[in-house]
Design a binder for this molecule. Sequence first.
Ligand code: 13P
Length: 265
Amino acid sequence: MTRRLLIAGNWKMHGSVEMTTDLISGIARAALETATLSEQRELAYDILVCPPSVYIPAAVKAADSQPIRVGAQNAHAKSQGAYTGEVALEMLSELGCDYVLLGHSERREIFSETDDEVASKFAACCENGSMVPVLCVGETLAQRQQGQTETIVAAQIDAVLDKVGIAGFSKAVIAYEPVWAIGTGETATPEQAQAVHAFIRAKLAELDADVANALRILYGGSMKAENAADLLGQPDIDGGLIGGASLKVESFAAICDAAHVLALS
Ligand code: 13P
């Protein structure tokens, strides 16, 4: 089965209204130019940007009639209530978000989100039904060195399976982001990443082969123009979740171009 590649930018806590507008229009222009040169009318892959939540309205406006979707970086599991500073899934969806990142390692590490809390958010997203959850999973360097990569990733996924079952992954995306590769400039080798992606898909295939086959599993962690084609060319890597390199038109568009070339090959 051919899965459509998804190139996603996680802007984290960066940007401004002006940057949001300029970045989105610049990415759209560059991506469409490449597509036109390759004589494709439409992009052969999907583009997603996840700006800070306050810039979502500006992003949705800038992405209007462009082949770019907008996502949020986090959400609360409850639909409303006394949760000062939090944002509900319904609110993000109302603003025009199509995707939401859940359980990013920075949420897990800096804001102490547990596997169970992340799973509750995922379950709420499934129940709400208006956005695609992007479940972020990954091990720390110490966990990898102790040979625990698969155990950790499996536990993060099992917490979600316990709440929503395999059906919850029929309209979802997983992003494998080894913590040691995030923002460090150190990338997992294509072989290291492929091995974990294949593990995730095989684990889910034990429950439902069709869901596992259709599921897009993105790689994140220092993806950039120089390594994108090798990573995206792996059989179980279906896109990228990009941090630093998503903040400049040139670097993000170069990754998009790599996806376009691969999708047409
Ligand atoms: P970098 O691409 O900056 O390593 O960040 C990856 C990431 O955390 C995306 O969610």
